[in-house]
Design a protein around this ligand. Sequence first.
Ligand code: ADP
Ligand code: ASP
Ligand code: MG
Length: 410
Amino acid sequence: MEEIKTHSRIVVKKFGGTSVGSVERIEKVAERIYQDVQKGQRPILVASAMSGETNRLVSMAHQVDPRYRGEAYDMLLASGEQVSISLLAIALEKRGLKAAPLLAYQLGINTDSLHSQARILNINSEKLLGLVNNQMIPIVAGFQGVDSSNKITTLGRGGSDTTAVALAASIQADSCEIYTDVPAVFTADPRLIPKAKEIPTLNYDEMMEMASLGSKVLHFRCVELAAKYKIKIHLRSTFETREGTWILPEEKNMENPVVSAVTHEPLTAVIKLFPVPKGTKFIADLFSKLSENNVVIDIITQSYNEEGQRLAFSLPMSELEVAKDVLEKNYGGELGVSVLQDKAKISIIGVGMRNYSGVAYRFFKVLSDNGIDVELVTTSDIKVSAIVDKAHLQLAATSLHTEFGLDATN
Ligand code: ADP
Ligand code: ASP
Ligand code: MG
């Protein structure tokens, strides 16, 4: 019984880049943790690199070789978290607490070997709980793991959220706190749409769509894991004490808005191929070559008429150079290729869409009233997405936000 009682006070808390973005902020986080411990909580902490640090590391790697994708890249990027967890440990020790900063290999966060996109396979939760039971505060480096040959891996940009939820799952916690620089999940990125509103509760499906469609407030894999292990996520501000957004299982009979959020992805490119060899064999071959080179493809469209077969797909701008290389190397002059840069993806998301018709009509009416053309479109039962010119992104997002009744009233 005693064990269970103690367990219930263990809380996994993850602090993002801005929250540990300076020595002063790290001191503030340490102060908050100190107060939590005084109230009887037994925290397990996860920290991201100090804000801007991972980008700085990426850009240095880029300067050396923009096409490099091997293990040294993960080793480089993982170094940012080593700094923040050490500083946080020093700040906690200064307050008389006992801290245990842990890199992934020290704790045992085992992943597969897919560098830059590794998936967590297993976590040494006994070690974690052992530390907590010895009155220590574990401070785990987010975003990183170690593969079966002891190589450092990383979980994809924004992956510290996933580390936190995976730790919570490994100790069978029922929730996980994600502290960040916004007080809640909003109906759109408040940086793009100042009229965005806070959302008190969201279900896993909606948050997963938002995360996969560009809302970087939570890492996609973290929401996926939370849904799998039924862990509630509480996303809240590092700088305020009030509650933020709870991400929970969907409740039956809940009255959901038709659209809960508008999300965007600003750095998108489109590749159009015409003519391509008839049939699906060529398409399968092309996508297999792109995937062998770890190029992630997003929306795909294909059409065929008497002039021949057309294929178009969108992809993140960061993948464009590698994708162009793959096309050049494998198909040389065989294909007509046009590359469109400076595109963005705009999406509307809501489980309420399942019960309403006319959502796609309203989506396209808003775009057409504003003279905005689309390159590619995709839909599911809870989302509609389109690729537009980046120059039209703000207008498209703002108008859709208003159309679906999401604007804050004050
Ligand atoms: P952290 O470093 O704490 O992980 P991130 O920068 O990864 O923080 O995520 C927080 C940011 O996500 C916010 O500053 C905000 O600009 C952005 N964001 C995008 N979409 C949303 C949304 N729908 N609600 C809240 N924030 C959003
Ligand atoms: N530091 C990593 C990044 O910037 C991981 C994270 O912030 O979650 O992507
Ligand atoms: Mg983040």
